[in-house]
Ligand binder design. Structure first.
Ligand SMILES: *Cc1c(COP(=O)(O)O)cnc(C)c1O
Length: 365
């Protein structure tokens, strides 16, 4: 990418990969065209590989990451069901709001923002929850929580409970292993580490969750019973549910191909190396990282705004003078931290060096 183009490093829409753009620019096929249906099926298959799952119900939902969250709760919550939800940032809070709208009795387990989810505290919150939910990569704080440990502990403590993981910022950036970790329901978004335009929510749903799903959820569009035939067809073949966003699916398909060609391990290593360089460089500059050590996401670095610096002014200068977008903090941390994304295409050492150099100039450090 040429430096004259604007480099988007914030947690918002990442810059698309050339492959993703190619998918968007491909000739538009009709949504019932056999060639498109083959693309959709291949996309679902590639998603299974990236998720680390054999779940038949694995598909890109039409909507951004939040539609994945909505579908997750809509298809398993019956009024009065207990949903234990770990909250260590903005997206945990959002899960509580969504679960409550579907009638869940939400048991909210609050954690300090900037720290990971505490498995013991989550399990101690209720003896027999229907659902236990946590955010794998909290984009609002830059923290990774240990979903593998949560899954293992949950199998001992409440084997009946369904485990739900928000993987919007983790899929395609750090390790995700749905089946190995015992995750029943997971969703992601295309615009984070997968580096595609926003608009689809990769989604996966286990057999166990399928057996316990709500037959007729209160929302029609996200009813997985109906969406199953949208993707795979039944005895009567694939049936119309809604018009598939064909350009977005073509785009996701090409991005997944790129990820799988590079290799999942190599993609994870690349994110790790870029994030580590950025975080080391920020500390060398005398800045203080926000997320707890040992739990920092490589793809989203949170750093405290140094004393004397004007958070908004620095962000504006980075954007206008260097074409680099970094994010502000959210909620209580809106002006006291910055969030710097190195996701997908931007997860590279040269990108890390570029941000560091620009920040050094703007801060005069
Ligand atoms: C971005 C994000 C979401 C919401 O995704 P949208 O695409 O903005 O709807 C949910 N959870 C996490 C962890 C996110 O980072």
């Amino acid at each position: 990418m040429a430096l004259t183009e604007r480099t988007l490093l914030g947690p918002g829409p990442s810059n698309p990969y050339p492959e993703a753009t190619a998918g968007l620019a491909a000739p538009l096929l009709g949504h019932l065209d056999p060639e498109f249906i083959a693309t959709l099926e291949r996309t679902c298959e590639r998603l299974r590989t990236v998720w680390g799952t054999a779940n038949p119900v694995t598909l890109p939902l039409s909507g951004t990451g939040s539609i994945g969250m909505e579908a997750a709760f809509a298809n398993v919550v019956r009024p009065g069901d207990v949903a234990v939800i770990a909250v260590n940032g903005l997206f945990g809070v959002r899960m509580c709001e969504v679960a409550a709208r579907y009638g869940a009795e939400v048991v909210r387990v609050d954690h300090t923002w900037g720290g990971p989810v505490d498995v013991e505290r989550v399990l101690a919150a209720h003896p027999s929850p229907t659902i236990v939910a946590a955010v794998h990569a909290e984009t609002s704080t830059g923290v990774r929580s240990d979903i593998a440990a949560l899954g293992a502990a949950l199998r001992e403590h409440s084997p009946e409970a369904l485990l739900l993981a928000d993987c919007v910022t983790s899929l395609g950036g750090i390790d995700v292993a749905v089946d190995d970790w015992g995750v029943d329901i997971a969703y992601s978004g295309t615009q984070k580490c997968l580096g595609v335009a926003p608009g689809l929510a990769p989604f996966t749903f286990s057999e166990r969750a399928w057996q316990r799903r709500v037959e007729i959820p209160p929302v029609w569009y996200l009813d997985l019973g109906l969406l199953g035939s949208y993707v795979r067809g039944g005895p009567g073949g694939r049936t119309y549910h809604h018009t598939a966003p064909v350009a977005m699916i073509a785009s996701l398909d090409t991005a997944l191909e790129r990820v799988l060609d590079e290799g999942l391990d190599a993609v994870v290593d690349r994110h790790r190396a870029a994030g580590r360089r950025l975080q080391e460089g920020l500390q060398e500059m005398g800045l203080e990282l926000f997320a707890a050590e040992g739990h920092r996401l490589p793809q989203l670095t949170s750093v405290r705004v140094p004393e004397g610096a004007d958070s908004a002014k620095v962000r504006e200068q980075l954007l206008t003078e260097y074409g680099i977008e970094i994010g502000a903090g959210v909620a209580d941390y809106a002006s006291s931290i910055w969030r710097i994304g190195l996701m997908g295409h931007n997860a590279r050492l040269d990108r890390a060096e570029l941000v560091l150099a620009a920040l050094r100039r703007v801060l005069g450090r």
